[in-house]
Design a protein around this ligand. Structure first.
Ligand SMILES: [Zn+2]
Length: 401
């Protein structure tokens, strides 16, 4: 008899990462998953989680897909830097000698911004991706650990602050890692945590696959708060209810970890309802994208520019059948650093608007639509500006008529 072989791992029932119950129920198979992911809801506590918890798949080249295979383009974290720096400095003095652990430090954008504002602080930056970690190597008052946070073996009680931005959702065992953050903190130390908010899947204009392969736990405010509390923290700043995209919270190391996390039937019901709404809205919107594509193609003689070449644009091509030949310009200020073209159309910066003079600029963004529209007006004051969400809503109305 062979015991303890790796095959046993596959026979073991999967355990909920929050309540440790084995009542995980498969509810959904994401589109274009490369890791054969299925989304599950814990029937006991309502935590939404992806199985298998494959967090060590080989790295692939950048894929700007709207499906679950959305790849290694990590540019979203940078937008969250100042929010986190401000949060630390609300609770610690600027001149204090703060010892901070930066989990998933990426290219060091947060570490740089924080060290610039806190002149006596020191940072330990943990980042597993050696290609990006090296950009922290030359930073003064910073120590770089090229490792996964699970393997970093940091000393107990060393830090005043742990900062973790859009990392926890990637981890196979988030509750264990939170417990390890607790261990690494001094008594009363701060956890500054940021994660995607599953509430976003309730957006009326959702078209992209939200359950991407790289995200293994899909937190609601309630499940994130409960997991942080279960790891022995007290929440001192709750997530902002008006932000549907991010769950940003500040917690303090307090009591010891909980032995047991109770069930939460309301959360179970809410998770089921949210995913059912997501499936219905997304199916309806993907059909409407065909009508959006037709409208943009009809506008082509006026010269159409699209600003935003990310996941929403990808759905327009993949599901709406939009032919990018109808475009005069495709603008994306962030993705340009990672990829040169999307669906046969070269990416340009907004400065190209001046010469190209499109009659219509379509803003293909949800979170940054207002900012992009304002920028577009500055570069092309006479162009008509259309928001993707309005185009989609018009298309849905037409289809329903
Ligand atoms: Zn559970």
């Amino acid at each position: 008899m062979v015991t303890g072989s790796f095959l046993d791992v596959f026979d073991m029932p999967a355990i909920c990462e929050l309540c440790r119950n084995d009542a995980l129920e498969a509810v959904y198979t994401p589109e274009r998953s490369q890791r054969c992911i299925r989304v599950h809801i814990c029937a006991n506590c309502g935590l939404v989680q992806s199985l298998p918890r494959a967090d060590r798949a080989p790295r692939r080249t950048a894929a700007v897909s709207s499906g679950a295979d959305w790849g290694n383009v990590r540019y979203g974290k940078g937008f969250r830097t100042q929010i986190a720096v401000d949060a630390v400095l609300r609770h610690r003095g600027r001149a204090d000698s703060i010892s901070l652990l930066d989990v998933g430090s990426n290219r060091g954008r947060f570490a740089r911004a924080f060290l610039a504002e806190a002149p006596n602080a020191a940072v330990v930056a943990v980042e597993p991706d050696e290609r990006v970690a090296q950009s922290c190597a030359e930073l003064e008052r910073a120590e770089l650990v090229v490792a996964r946070i699970e393997d970093a073996a940091l000393e107990s009680g060393r830090f005043d602050v742990v900062h973790s931005c859009h990392t926890i959702e990637h981890l196979a065992h988030p509750r264990d890692v939170l417990a390890d953050h607790w261990r690494c903190l001094k008594a009363g130390g701060l956890l500054v945590l940021d994660a995607p908010n599953i509430a976003l899947i309730g957006a009326d204009d959702i078209v992209e696959e939200w359950f991407i392969d790289k995200h293994l736990t899909h937190f609601s405010e309630r499940t994130l708060v409960r997991m942080v509390e279960a790891a022995g923290f007290k929440i001192i700043e709750k997530p902002d209810k008006t932000d549907p995209e991010n769950l940003f919270l500040v917690a303090e190391k307090s009591a010891a970890a909980a032995d047991r996390v109770a069930g939460d039937w309301e959360e179970v019901e809410e998770a089921h309802a949210l995913i059912a709404d997501y499936l219905a809205a997304r199916a309806r919107n993907l059909i409407a994208l065909g009508a959006v594509a037709a409208e943009l193609t009809a506008l082509a003689p006026r010269g159409v520019a699209i600003w935003g070449a990310g996941r929403i644009f990808d759905t327009l091509v993949v599901h709406g059948g939009f032919d990018t030949k109808a475009l005069r310009l495709l603008i994306d200020t962030h993705l340009r650093e990672h990829v040169g073209e999307r669906h046969g159309c070269a990416l340009t910066g907004p400065e190209a608007l001046t010469d190209a003079r499109p009659g219509v600029i379509v803003v293909m963004s949800r979170g940054f639509a207002g900012e992009i529209a304002a920028e577009a007006r500055r570069f092309a004051p006479t162009a008509e500006i259309l928001l993707y969400t309005d185009l989609l809503s018009r298309a849905r109305t037409r289809l329903a008529a």
